[in-house]
Write a protein that binds this ligand. Structure first.
Ligand SMILES: [Fe+2]
Ligand SMILES: [Fe+2]
Length: 249
């Protein structure tokens, strides 16, 4: 925001960010989003060129998906009587808390959902998605509060944490798939191409403002580290043998 501009009205993203991530994105979105929010034209883009905003959000979904795969591995271990690591569980939940809930969902709530609602599109879907963001944060707070070595020594708490991860996974698989296939395409339809390009740059600027760096790449590396420790990083292990499906010679 340049000097002399009026501060923007408070938005859903501000309330969420204040509650869950110390207001980092709230400050960023509120401070620099005035022009785009008010007129549909963002601040002058800075280089390097950014990817389109919906592509940006979808690659963040890739990070979410990989944490869900970590959750699934830990659920399976807990359900087979194995011991969960507080470090793995805390690290996984913190990626969700810091990057997905503390940034990605702020972009959706601050810039994607309001645009659809103003256009009268997907209103019921957006309402459900907002409810799910809120429920997800409750579950993440539960995981972060209870994923300690002391709590995980209790089979009862291990089962509750596994159930929490399962509920989170069950909700976010369809949630992100609906956003990728319905919500983001609808958003792209109603935002003119030039504005989309500027908004992509604006999202990149917000990320640098909130995290001080290319947080996507850092998060991918962080999740890869958790996958490695859980033994699910190597893609080869997921390639099925297909001899039983091959046509007879
Ligand atoms: Fe979402
Ligand atoms: Fe999303």
């Amino acid at each position: 925001m340049t000097a002399g501009q009026q501060p923007p009205p408070r938005r859903a993203v501000s309330r969420r960010a204040v509650l869950f991530s110390g207001g980092g994105l709230a400050v960023g979105a509120a401070a620099t989003g005035t022009a785009w929010a008010a007129t549909g034209s963002p601040s002058p883009p800075a280089d390097p060129p950014a990817i389109p905003p919906d592509d940006d959000l979808m690659r963040e979904h890739g990070v979410l998906k990989r944490v869900l795969l970590c959750y699934r591995e830990m659920i399976a271990r807990a359900q087979s009587g194995g011991q969960l690591s507080a470090v793995h569980l805390q690290d996984s939940a913190l990626v969700i808390h810091d990057y997905i809930e503390g940034f990605h969902e702020g972009l959706e709530e601050g810039y994607v959902f309001p645009r659809l609602l103003r256009a009268g599109q997907l209103t019921a879907t957006v309402t459900t998605l907002l409810t799910q963001h809120a429920r997800g944060r409750v579950i993440t707070q539960f995981i972060l509060a209870n994923a300690t070595a002391g709590q995980l020594a209790s089979p009862g708490m291990t089962a509750r944490l596994a159930a929490a991860m399962q509920a989170f996974d069950r909700m976010y698989e369809p949630h992100e798939a609906r956003e990728d296939t319905v919500v983001f395409p609808a958003f792209r339809q109603i935002v003119p191409p030039a504005e989309l390009a500027d908004l992509g740059q604006y999202f990149a600027d917000l990320e640098r403002q909130q995290f001080g760096k290319d947080e996507f790449t850092a998060m991918v590396e962080r999740v890869a580290g958790i996958e490695n420790e859980l033994g699910i990083y190597d893609l080869n292990q997921f390639t099925p043998q297909v001899s039983q499906y091959a046509p007879p010679q």
